[in-house]
Design a protein around this ligand. Structure first.
Ligand code: FAD
Length: 467
């Protein structure tokens, strides 16, 4: 991407550390929850007042339903403020949509995704160094059919590639528009971007920024369809501006151990025994929750951080938006070293994006092999899967693909909320009667949105319990 704002230098976030064992996680029955107060999130004035508030809070327990990013962020903040927290997770690991499986030696994320270092919540909470991040190429390669590609790389990060900008299909008008858009989105205060053109679509925002229809169709539409998981550019324009800003200000990368390392790090910071896996909440009761594994558990407050479908089932009157579905095909290929960590999009829109993951981070594939991730809207249909997809990939990577093996396919039904219209960027989590609801459906469909919504839930729980 063209960038005219500050950039994050990856050497600052590479190297050092590894994931610690998740001592905070319990499978099956377990005892009480020892408290371990994290001073980092304390939020009261003087030492004496803090002691009193903490003593009072320690007697209150909060159940957080769901150990996705929203639930973990909420639990971290509540535990840091002195509350006893229990996170109940239906799955067999933390992370929700942000998980990584190991299949035949390959790291398989639950759908292709990228980690953005610029998100404010990421910068505030995560130890980036221990994630051992590796960057994507700062730009996009657009496949335009029959083996032809256009490479648009951020000249502020790769000055030597600036001379290739005209080859990327950028007219002087589009180049000027891209510079102006990027300068504005990277440098204006985020509060101004949040207020700007609330009800405008992304398409209208791009038209307003002065881009030609051709450039929108050939660059923005294929690229953004992979970001918003829709290909009509109907996502809210202000969501687009904020996402564009985060891309300009940050680095898109992947952790060495897969995207699942992100929630694992959050969970590792919780007091021991806080997370109970394979424990689904079936209903909210008058005094707490009913679970599959432990029956009824009492709670002074319950935070539903489950994702939209389950939130709608557990809490009446919680409206949830429609969601986008995406499928990622993971192929093991013979050694594709040299292709580089490029994100490839397709003007014919046969796929959303494709990437040799092991070129971004070598640990994604065993030695001597490569892992290619290709995402399609919905489930792909006949044209976006099987032999047809392999034929497209042969064109894209200019190599025979008959021998490629499908290692895994991941379809995520509730992948991202459809953030259309005047999409509110943050909604209250209060659902009445000491019940709260958080997750990306209450903010934006992103790592930032989920974490921020979890943080908001914690603030609202604390404010209500302290009353
Ligand atoms: C394929 C894909 C690609 C993405 N790419 C990006 C990207 O590149 N950048 C970006 O910023 N964002 C991306 N996102 C979005 C981001 O991952 C999500 O917005 C975020 O992870 C949502 O977190 P959450 O905590 O709100 O919900 P979830 O992750 O859905 O967590 C909900 C948790 O609740 C649990 N649960 C559900 N029901 C119950 C129950 N009854 N009892 C107990 N537990 C329950 C679930 O098992 C789950 O662990 C992507 C998402 C997908 C799916």
């Amino acid at each position: 991407m063209i960038v005219f704002g500050p950039t994050v230098v990856l050497s600052r976030v590479r190297g050092g550390g590894g994931n610690s064992a998740s001592g905070c996680i319990l499978r099956g029955a377990g005892g009480g929850i020892p408290l371990e107060h994290g001073a980092r999130y304390g939020a009261v004035a003087g030492p004496r007042a803090e002691d009193t508030v903490r003593t009072r809070r320690a007697k209150r327990n909060v159940v957080v339903v769901g150990a996705g990013l929203a639930g973990l962020a909420c639990a971290r903040d509540l535990a840091g403020a002195g509350l006893e927290v229990q996170v109940l997770e239906a799955g067999d690991a933390v992370g929700g949509r942000v998980r990584t499986d190991r299949v035949d030696g390959y790291l398989i994320d639950r759908g292709f995704q990228v980690f953005n270092t610029a998100y404010p919540q990421v910068r505030a909470r995560m130890d980036l160094r221990s994630l051992k991040l590796s960057p994507f190429t700062p730009g996009v390669v657009t496949h335009t059919g029959e083996g032809r590609t256009r490479r648009l790389v951020d000249p502020s990060r790769r000055p030597r590639e600036a001379r290739h900008l005209p080859d990327a299909g950028l007219s002087p008008r589009d180049l000027a528009a891209l510079g102006a858009l990027s300068a504005r989105d990277a440098c204006l205060p985020a509060a101004l971007l949040r207020r700007a053109g609330a009800a405008r679509t992304t398409r209208a925002a791009l038209r307003g920024a002065g881009f030609s229809d051709r450039f929108v169709e050939e660059f923005f539409r294929p690229f953004l369809s992979g970001v918003f998981l829709e290909d009509e550019l109907e996502t809210s324009g202000r969501v687009f501006h904020l996402v564009w800003r985060s891309m300009l200000r940050g680095t898109l990368c992947l952790p060495a151990e897969g995207i699942g390392a992100v929630p694992r790090q959050l969970a590792d910071g919780l007091p021991p025994g806080s997370v109970r896996l394979e424990t689904a909440v079936t209903a909210l009761t008058a005094d707490g929750v009913h679970t599959t594994r432990y029956g009824e558990l009492p709670a002074a407050a319950v935070v539903v951080a489950t994702g939209p479908g389950a939130a709608g089932r557990l809490l009446e009157d919680v409206g949830t938006p429609p969601y986008r579905t995406v499928t990622t095909f993971y192929h093991a290929a013979p050694d594709l070293r040299g292709h580089g960590p490029d994100l490839v999009t397709d003007t014919a829109r046969r796929f959303l994006n494709s990437c040799v993951l092991s070129e971004v981070s070598p640990g994604y594939a065993p030695a001597g092999s490569s892992l290619v991730a290709t995402s399609v809207l919905g489930t792909g249909g006949p044209a976006g899967s099987g032999k047809a997809l392999l034929g497209t990939l042969a064109e894209v990577y200019r190599t025979p693909t008959e021998g490629w093996a499908e290692v895994a396919v991941r379809t995520v039904q509730e992948a991202l909320p459809a953030m259309t219209g005047a999409w509110p960027l943050s909604r209250t989590t209060r659902a009445g009667g000491r019940r709260y609801v958080c997750g990306d459906h209450r903010a934006t469909g992103s790592v930032q949105g989920a974490l921020a919504s979890g943080a908001r839930a914690a603030r609202e729980v604390l404010a209500d319990l302290d009353r």
